[in-house]
Design a binder for this molecule. Structure first.
Ligand code: ZN
Length: 186
C-alpha cells in the first residue's frame, strides 16, 4: 500500500512538474512540426530539381496525408504541352487517385514556390487543409503576393498557409534557373 502511494506521489510530482514547462513543450512541438515540414519540402525540392533537368521551371510539390506521401508532382507544362501541368496540380491528381477521393481534407500540400491562382483554386476545390511553401512568387503568386485565393474570407473553405520553409533554397533554385537561361540566350 505504502509502495502504491509512493508511486502515485511520483506520478503526481512528474505531472505537476510538466505544467510549468508548458511553453517549452509548445515550442518543442513547433520545432518538431517545422522539421517535419522541412523534410517534406526537401522532397518537393528534389522534384523541382528533376523538373529543372528536363528544362522546365524548377517547381516541385508533394501531398502528404497522415504522415505519408500520397502525391508527387514536378512542373512539366513544356514536356506535356499542357498549360495546367503545374507541380501542384499533378501532385493533387496523384493524391486523389491514391486516396480514391477528390476531396483531400486533412492533407497538406508542400510546394517550393507560392502557387499560382489556378493551383490555389485547385487547393480550395480539393479542400486541402494546409499549404506549406518555400518562397513567394512576386509575379504570379495566388495566395499571398498577387491574390489571397486560398484563405479568402468569401470562401467556404480556407487553407491554412505556412510560408518560408527552406525559402532561401527554393529561391536560389529559381534564380539559378532564370539566371542560367538569360546567360544562355544572351
Ligand atoms: Zn500553378
Amino acid at each position: 500500500m505504502a509502495a502504491g502511494c509512493a508511486a502515485w506521489a511520483v506520478w503526481l510530482t512528474i505531472n505537476l512538474m510538466e505544467d510549468p514547462r508548458g511553453p517549452a513543450g509548445e515550442s518543442r512541438l513547433r520545432d518538431e512540426s517545422y522539421s517535419h515540414d522541412e523534410s517534406y519540402l526537401r522532397m518537393a525540392l528534389d522534384l523541382a530539381r528533376e523538373a529543372e533537368q528536363t528544362g522546365e521551371v524548377p517547381i516541385g510539390a508533394v501531398v502528404v496525408y497522415q504522415d505519408r506521401v500520397v502525391g508527387r508532382g514536378r512542373n512539366s507544362p513544356v514536356a506535356t504541352s499542357d498549360p495546367t501541368a503545374h507541380a501542384e496540380i499533378l501532385a493533387l491528381r496523384e493524391a486523389g487517385a491514391a486516396l480514391g477521393n477528390y476531396r483531400l481534407e486533412g492533407a497538406t500540400l508542400y510546394v517550393t514556390i507560392e502557387p499560382c491562382v489556378m493551383c490555389a483554386g485547385a487547393l480550395v476545390a480539393a479542400r486541402v487543409s494546409r499549404l506549406v511553401f518555400g518562397a513567394r512568387d512576386l509575379r504570379f503568386g495566388g495566395v499571398r503576393s498577387k491574390f489571397r485565393v486560398a484563405d479568402a474570407e468569401v470562401l467556404n473553405h480556407r487553407v491554412e498557409i505556412v510560408e518560408g520553409v527552406l525559402g532561401a533554397e527554393c529561391t536560389a533554385l529559381m534564380q539559378d534557373f532564370f539566371g542560367g537561361r538569360r546567360k544562355n540566350s544572351g
